[in-house]
Design a protein around this ligand. Structure first.
Ligand SMILES: Cc1cc2nc3c(=O)[nH]c(=O)nc-3n(C[C@H](O)[C@H](O)[C@H](O)COP(=O)(O)OP(=O)(O)OC[C@H]3O[C@@H](n4cnc5c(N)ncnc54)[C@H](O)[C@@H]3O)c2cc1C
Length: 510
């Protein structure tokens, strides 16, 4: 079996794989994407929030996705914890999308191929062998073996391999994956139709209803067609004792109140099918020449409707890390660390968000299904996300207000670098590269643990460098705007006050 070598082999053609393939091919790399034949009858209807649009833009996919004509959704209708109907519209009248996943994925795969990636849609990957980590990087970081029904077994080598195979975790399952305790979930789904409307305030809404030992979820994909899913703990159904899936689905649906009302005059179009929706995460999301991307790295609760968005964001980050590693080997290790850190942060933030919802439901449904999920999420040992600067807290900080007052009074300034200030290079992301940028590090300001460069677009490093050379604030402002991108005077004064209050700069009267 002769193998050919490409820059990047991508396993899996869901949103993560297709997005990474499109970006890397657009940036000039040779890419081969291998994905299994899709079973369209098992494809889910899924909700994508309005904020996905930024990622579609980044991929250059917005026009193609708009042209595909997916149903636009204005928000959610929820019965969470009790039978009070809560209707929430997306902010500012924005709309999300309700997609049948095989159709959405096909759009992204077409865009990946158009960008130059070699997309093979009937390839079952059996094995991905990584080059030993202690061997200096060679032309191939991984050897991937796959089968195509008509032509047998094939091999491709990649300088990089991305595991984008979702829950299957072709590489992720080999020692990387940790299953979240207490979160075993089975999704039982069927498609329903009703042609005279659903008696909802807005028929485009995603619906969610909790009950004592599960929750129901429904995504419309046209105004008359909805996917209706029951999320259950498989251990408390009779499925493991050989119970019939259809009967289990109907029994769970019978526990709902609002959903039964909505489906009262609807017809179930398909027999229900099941898919695992249990949660997991990876100990580490990558190593030399290999990254776990999207659901291969971690699976968050579908409740958030952020799975596809997370997969696209993860794909962009992976593409940036691969591009950096292939074009500037000296930054490969830094880029890999950044990928691991960001993946962990993304997973932690979304898990914490789900934990808050679980705790709310657990207060109403005193059942192990909910209390177990609320507890296991609380006990998550994932590290906290990198702290972000709290602008509102700075606006109220007495030391910042005092410094602002002094600056506004127009007295002469004589500024020096603070004794404890360090300026150090830290990794940062541009649209397609990991770069090192100088940042301020201040032990007295814990929010800036990873260093800080900008505050409301004011470049703090440049400001610290320029400040000692000027005796009047207007002169300093003028010098700053001449050298750096324009900022407003209030933002400039605010940033300078923060630098003084936090000890990055100090008045030196001598
Ligand atoms: C019940 C349920 C409801 C959900 N609802 C939503 C929702 O409303 N909104 C939302 O944003 N997210 C939702 N999600 C989450 C969302 O489906 C995932 O987060 C998303 O699909 C992750 O994308 P991915 O590309 O990482 O993985 P996937 O979409 O799983 O793609 C993996 C790809 O790899 C391929 N593959 C697997 N094994 C192999 C192999 N051996 N060889 C070749 N190819 C292989 C698969 O065929 C597939 O194409 C839901 C999930 C579940 C379980």
């Amino acid at each position: 079996m002769a193998a050919h070598t490409v820059d990047v082999v991508i396993i899996g053609g869901g949103p993560a794989g297709a997005a990474a393939a499109r970006l890397l091919a657009t940036w000039g790399h040779s890419v081969q994407l291998l994905t299994k034949t899709v079973d369209r009858s098992r494809s889910l209807g899924e909700s994508l929030p309005p904020s996905c649009r930024k990622l579609f833009d980044l991929l250059g996919a917005t026009d193609a996705i708009d042209a595909a004509g997916f149903l636009a959704s204005s928000g959610n209708t929820v019965w969470w914890g009790d039978q009070t109907t809560r209707t929430a519209s997306f902010a500012d009248g924005s709309t999300g999308l309700q997609v049948v996943r095989c159709e959405f994925d096909a759009v992204l795969l077409r865009l990946a191929a158009e960008a130059g990636a070699r997309v093979v849609t009937d390839a079952h990957v059996h094995d991905a062998r990584l080059a030993p980590a202690d061997v200096p990087p060679g032309p191939a970081g991984a050897t991937v073996t796959y089968a195509i029904a008509d032509t047998g077994t094939h091999v491709v080598e990649g300088r990089f391999v991305l595991d984008c195979s979702g829950r299957a975790g072709v590489i992720a399952r080999h020692g990387y994956r940790v299953h979240d305790v207490g979160c075993a979930t089975l999704a039982l789904t069927a498609v329903w139709t009703r042609h005279d409307g659903w008696d909802l305030d807005d028929d485009t809404h995603t619906l969610v209803e909790t009950y004592d030992d599960g929750w129901a979820w429904s995504v419309p994909v046209t105004v008359s067609r909805r996917y209706v899913t029951m999320m259950v703990d498989p251990r408390v159904t009779d499925l493991e004792r050989g119970g019939a899936l259809s009967a289990c689905y109907e029994a769970e649906l019978a526990k709902t109140v609002a959903f039964r009302r909505v489906l009262d005059r609807a017809t179930r179009e398909t027999t229900p099918w099941g898919c695992d929706a249990s949660l997991y995460h990876a100990r580490t999301a990558g190593g030399p020449g290999m990254l776990l991307v999207g659901d291969a790295a971690s699976c968050i609760n579908p409740l958030s409707s952020y799975g596809v968005k997370k997969a696209l964001a993860s794909a962009w980050l992976a593409a940036v890390v691969v591009h950096t590693s292939l074009t500037n080997a000296s930054l490969a290790a830094v880029a890999l660390d950044l990928f691991n850190q960001r993946e962990r942060e993304m997973h932690t933030a979304l898990s914490n968000q789900a934990a808050r919802f679980f705790a709310e439901a657990a207060a109403q449904h005193l059942h192990p299904f909910w209390t177990g999920r609320a507890t296991s999420a609380e006990l998550s040992d994932a590290p906290d996300a990198t702290p972000t600067v709290d602008i509102d807290a700075l606006r109220r900080d007495p030391a910042v207000l005092a410094a602002l007052d002094t600056l506004r009074r127009g007295a002469a300034i004589r500024l020096r670098r603070g004794d404890h200030l360090r300026i150090a290079a830290r990794p940062a992301l541009t649209t397609r590269e990991v770069v090192l940028e100088n940042r301020l590090i201040l032990p007295s300001w814990p929010d800036t643990k990873q260093g800080i460069r900008y505050l409301r677009n004011v470049d703090l490093v440049r400001l610290v460098e320029l400040a000692p050379d000027h005796r009047q604030v207007p002169d300093l402002f003028e010098a700053y705007t001449r050298r750096c991108a324009a900022v407003s005077l209030p933002d400039f004064l605010g940033a300078l006050s923060v630098l003084l209050a936090k000890g990055a700069l100090r008045h030196d009267p001598t």
